[in-house]
Design a protein around this ligand. Structure first.
Ligand code: SAM
Length: 288
């Protein structure tokens, strides 16, 4: 996968060189280019924003700067700062990495997605609080992309015509990472990149890590524990040290159901629940 980020704060994207993303860069599974938007600004002050039509506070990012920037990045016509990995990771496998694991691609993409991928246009992600919510399902779908470009807005955001026009060269998605307002799109680009890249086959050493994560089955993951068995008077739940894998799996699933019911009950409406899941939740509600 190639990720390009267009921003007025290139240094903000430095975390993309670290940890698993840095390792993916070393492994040749990921390339990252960061582009300073101001290189496309054409006045003496290198300005990228102007006052909004219709009045009101704040500034809006200019189409004459963003348009050529996105044209050049789509066409690969730009001098770019390529990120290298922050540290050599390749010879330091994590202790939970499975020896000889074979990277498995996910099942075939849904028909609409497959058609879009065939059209071969890069995916342009425009972070905005007014976008559709970014989800794990998006992360999974976008982990198959070859070329993802982020347009990081600042101030009041980017002139909307830039997003309309970009649809000629990109598949465009305006997405929000949550119901709050950040100062700029860079942090959102980091969040979305992490969520996508960890799902590229082979990036996580142990594939089970993401198969059991929150949202992969529509539920939140339950609590985790490690050694020691006793800590500050608190014990690890007995079942986890029983050695009975069937009981452990059942307990984990029940914890996942309980946590979802307590913290994100709306997720239960769309999760695929078995009859015994429903009975378990009913019983817990009755007992509460
Ligand atoms: N005026 C915009 C509005 O109310 O929708 C907010 C602009 S915000 C101050 C500046 C930039 O931060 C946005 O263009 C976007 O790139 C980014 N941003 C802020 N909140 C975000 C969120 N929840 N999700 C994704 N991007 C966000």
């Amino acid at each position: 996968m190639r990720i390009d980020v267009v921003t007025i704060f290139p240094e903000y994207l430095d975390p993309l060189r670290h940890a698993l993303l840095g390792k993916a860069i070393e492994q040749g599974k990921l390339q990252v280019g960061v582009h300073d938007l101001r290189q496309w600004a054409n006045d003496g002050h290198k300005s990228v924003d102007d006052s909004p039509y219709g009045g009101g506070p704040g500034m809006v990012m200019k189409p004459e700067v963003w348009g050529p920037a996105l044209d050049d990045v789509a066409a690969g016509r730009t001098a770019t700062r390529e990120l290298d990995s922050s540290l050599p990771h390749l010879n330091r496998p994590r202790h939970d990495e499975v020896e000889g694991i074979v990277a498995q691609p996910y099942g075939a993409p849904a028909q609409g997605v497959a058609q879009e991928l065939e059209e071969n246009l890069p995916l342009l992600i425009v972070p905005t609080p007014a976008g559709t919510p970014f989800t794990q399902a998006d992360a999974r779908a976008w982990s198959r992309e070859e070329h993802v470009v982020f347009a990081c807005g600042r101030y009041e955001g980017i002139d909307q015509r830039v997003i309309e026009d970009a649809a000629q060269r990109y598949r465009v998605r305006e997405v929000s990472i949550g119901d709050y307002v950040l100062i700029g799109g860079e942090v959102a680009a980091l969040v979305i990149s992490e969520a996508i890249v960890r799902l590229i086959p082979g990036v996580l050493g142990n594939q089970r890590s993401h198969e059991e994560d929150s949202f992969s089955d529509g539920l939140l993951e339950g609590p985790s524990y490690t050694k020691p068995r006793e800590w500050r008077g608190l014990s690890v739940p007995e079942v986890l040290t029983s050695g009975d894998h069937g009981r452990v799996d059942r307990w984990r699933h029940e914890q996942s159901l309980l946590r979802t019911a307590q913290r994100r009950p709306e997720l239960l409406e769309s999760a695929e629940l078995s009859r015994s899941d429903r009975e378990f939740l009913e019983k817990e509600r009755g007992g509460a």
